[in-house]
Design a binder for this molecule. Structure first.
Ligand code: SAH
Ligand code: SF4
Ligand code: F3S
Length: 452
């Protein structure tokens, strides 16, 4: 291995998939003998794992990258890597824009980092953006948490929402086998992890690319089957999954979530718009009525379930009236949390070419009104916790108040309470909720012992 350990730093932008990819790439680097450096300016290898979902996400990368590219002029042995979705989208063009780059690699190549770096260290500038079959990672990811872990179950996305770059940059759907997924979760259980989140851009599509389907045409490996298959893994106490697509969300899945005790009552189901015409222009494949029926069904089986979502303000051609339908849906459903964004035209997507784009003023005005409602509804939903006793899985110390620990309710609300992290980390405690803010809670420990 290396004589004096080289240092690496990874900066991650974007969604949970990117976070999971970064953890795996960090694992590979450590396996190769690199050591983590908190300060990017001390590092011998810098990796940016990038996001291109909106233009501002992409621009942030370029400002970071420019600085390290300049540092490379003083330190020529600095290795600069651009990974993730911007890398996939821009490919070779990035080398013209930032010739200091050593390696440009798309998300499908994350598990191949060692291979690619060996080519770099033998003097090549490497671009890896061709679509490949994603191999199982054989190294141990370096996970950010020791309590909760991401587990990829399906890569890519076969939908074609007209605003979205993800299918272009993440490729077609590739499900991991149930056996590989279970083996990873078993290892997590052995290492003391307590909570897992199964990940996919369209997690309901899980399994449809795997061989084997029934006489009725149903494939054998659905997300519901997978939840049953991994549910009894020893040590794991909580199971979550994201992101759900309303088009594929089934009653069978909802029933499984209600029946399986480890599956938390939290559902992230983006609606994007509350207007049927806008939904159609987005090619989302459902109506707001269908979306409402799903939420009704979830609440029928799990009355206290938390519902979160994503929404876009100012999609091309969206009228004030159509936008009002989004506000109406939000008022009716009362979400626990909604990630919002103003529509951003993305290269290579159909909607970016349409002539009916809205002005920045209209988009940002609608975004503000949307956010106002998000806050109101989150605050309202938080109130239901007041005075209740909630199960909190303690994850870490509160960075602002070290005498407090923090964790989440089963419904995914961040919760703080006084306690010693050394004693409580990884334990599930009962907390009486005494304060409720829109996106977090504070309470007191009821029984300082694990309750299940
Ligand atoms: N697979 C998930 C979402 C993936 S992208 C789904 O189907 O819902 C995460 C979120 O980014 C999307 O839900 C959407 O709200 C937002 N988003 C995607 N493309 C966007 C764009 N061009 N402009 C603004 N927001 C966008
Ligand atoms: Fe993008 Fe639609 Fe796929 Fe979600 S389902 S990742 S929004 S194309
Ligand atoms: Fe961004 Fe790529 Fe995720 S574009 S949102 S990091 S899939």
């Amino acid at each position: 291995m290396l004589s004096s350990p080289k240092q690496y730093h990874i900066t991650t932008f974007g969604c949970q998939m990117n976070k999971a990819d970064s953890e795996r790439m960090a694992g590979i680097l450590e396996d190769m003998g690199f050591q983590w450096s908190e300060d990017p300016n001390q590092a011998d290898l810098i990796l940016y794992n990038t996001c291109t979902i909106r233009d501002n996400a992409e621009q942030r990368v370029y400002s970071h990258l420019g600085k390290q590219a300049r540092r490379k002029h003083e330190k020529p042995d600095l290795t600069l890597i651009l990974a993730g979705c911007v890398a996939q989208q821009e490919g070779e063009a990035l080398l013209r824009r930032v010739p200091e780059l050593d390696l440009v690699m798309g998300p499908q190549h994350a598990n191949r980092l060692q291979d690619l770096l060996e080519q770099v260290f033998s003097g090549n500038q490497v671009v890896a953006t061709e679509s490949v079959h994603i191999l199982e990672d054989i190294t141990q990811p370096r996970r950010d948490s020791s309590i909760t872990a991401w587990v990829n179950v399906i890569y890519g996305c076969n939908e074609r929402c007209t605003y979205c770059v993800v299918p272009n940059v993440r490729g077609v759907e590739q499900s991991r086998t149930p056996e590989a997924i279970r083996a990873e979760i078993e290892e997590l259980g052995r290492q003391g992890f307590k909570e897992i989140t199964l990940l996919g851009q369209n997690i309901d599509a899980y399994g449809r690319d795997l061989p084997g389907s029934t006489a009725e045409g149903r494939h054998q490996h659905t997300l519901t089957d997978l939840l049953h298959f991994v549910h009894d893994v020893p040590g794991i106490e909580r199971i979550r999954f994201a992101t759900s697509h309303p088009r594929y969300f089934t009653e069978r899945l909802i029933r499984a979530c209600a029946e399986l005790p480890k599956v938390c009552e939290h559902f992230h189901i983006p609606f994007q718009s509350g207007d049927n015409e806008v939904l159609k222009a987005m090619s989302r494949g459902y109506t707001h009525e269908k979306y409402r029926r799903i939420i009704d069904l979830v609440r029928h089986y799990m009355p206290d379930a938390s519902i979160s979502a994503d929404a876009i303000a100012g999609f091309p051609g969206e009228t004030e009236e159509q936008f009002a339908n989004t506000l109406k849906l939000m008022e009716d459903i009362e979400f626990d949390m909604v990630n919002t964004a103003a529509y951003s035209p993305r290269p290579g997507t159909p909607a970016a070419l349409w002539e009916n784009q809205l002005s920045e003023e209209v988009k940002s005005d609608r975004l503000q009104r949307l956010n106002h409602l998000v806050n109101l509804s989150a605050a309202e939903r938080s109130q239901r916790y007041l005075g209740r006793t909630e199960e909190i899985l303690v994850e870490a110390q509160n960075p602002k108040f070290p005498t407090q620990v923090m964790g989440r309710t089963r419904g995914n609300r961040l919760t703080f309470c006084a306690g010693d992290i050394h004693e409580l980390q990884g334990k599930t405690i009962r907390v009486n909720i005494t304060e409720a803010r829109p996106f977090s809670l504070t309470g007191q420990i009821m029984v300082p012992l694990p309750c299940g």
